[in-house]
Design a protein around this ligand. Structure first.
Ligand SMILES: Cc1cc2nc3c(=O)[nH]c(=O)nc-3n(C[C@H](O)[C@H](O)[C@H](O)COP(=O)(O)O)c2cc1C
Length: 224
């Protein structure tokens, strides 16, 4: 006899949990979408920063390697202009290995308080060594030491091992400038696709996709 399937138990959200969406006066006009999606995305970042929430520049970065299996994690956006979205990581991490085999990615920002989601997708290229050095030099010393101490994405026998490596690296670089580890650096995700999604109070949400075409972008409105 087949076993009875247990009923789904849905996650309960407290009715008191804040779900407020504050619509800013600068909401994007999807009926007349702006021609420059990079400037519009920069405006959205600015408004997300004004919210005062932690890590408004956190993005969910999706990659896949040779096996095609998707993999997603959070990284912090560190620069954004017409050339792309820049983040930094350990190039020997899982994401780094995947990007070496399949240099394409998609990234997603979600700012619940603004009722907005921003998606970008495109080809990924490593930054130059001088760009890596310039950013690494701005990092707090503890983070610089952490970059040496962590074999990101590799198995860790115990936390003590990591703590020991941090202490060892701190001692090694005592009294000197911490150099950038050769495996640590940035990537630029090109803006081949930029997609804006904005919540509507009556749930008729709005969505526009910009797809790079020559030197500009084609604009398509999508069912949300
Ligand atoms: C808020 C937040 C920000 C993060 N920022 C970064 C980052 O900028 N770079 C990074 O390599 N990992 C960052 N991480 C850790 C990653 O999510 C992830 O654990 C790590 O990069 C290893 O991912 P991988 O094994 O898929 O390569 C962040 C995590 C959180 C929660």
């Amino acid at each position: 006899m087949a076993e009875a399937t247990p009923p789904l138990k849905f996650i309960e959200i407290s009715p008191r949990a804040p779900r407020a969406i504050s619509f800013t006066p600068c909401a994007m006009d999807f009926a007349h979408p702006p021609s420059d999606p990079v400037a519009e995305a920069q405006r959205w970042f600015g408004e997300a920063f004004q919210l005062g929430v932690p890590n408004p520049n956190a993005m969910f970065l999706a990659t896949s390697g040779a096996d095609g299996a998707p993999s997603v994690r959070t990284v912090l956006l560190k620069a954004f202009d017409g050339r792309g979205a820049v983040f930094f990581t350990n190039r020997e991490s899982d994401k780094g290995s995947q990007l070496a085999k399949n240099p394409r990615a998609q990234a997603l920002f979600h700012w619940d308080q603004l009722g907005r989601q921003l998606r970008i997708a495109g080809a990924v290229t490593p930054l130059s060594a001088s760009e890596d050095d310039a950013y690494f030099a701005t990092r707090p010393r503890d983070s610089q030491i952490g970059a040496w101490a962590s074999d990101q994405s590799r198995p860790l026998a115990s936390r003590d091992v990591l703590v020991g490596r941090v202490l060892e690296c701190a001692a090694r670089f005592e009294g000197t400038v911490v150099p950038r580890p050769p495996h640590w650096g940035g990537y630029r995700l090109a803006l081949d696709v930029i997609e804006f999604w904005q919540a509507d109070p009556f749930r008729i949400h709005e969505r526009a996709r910009y797809t790079r075409s020559g030197t500009g972008y084609d604009i398509t409105l999508l069912f949300p």
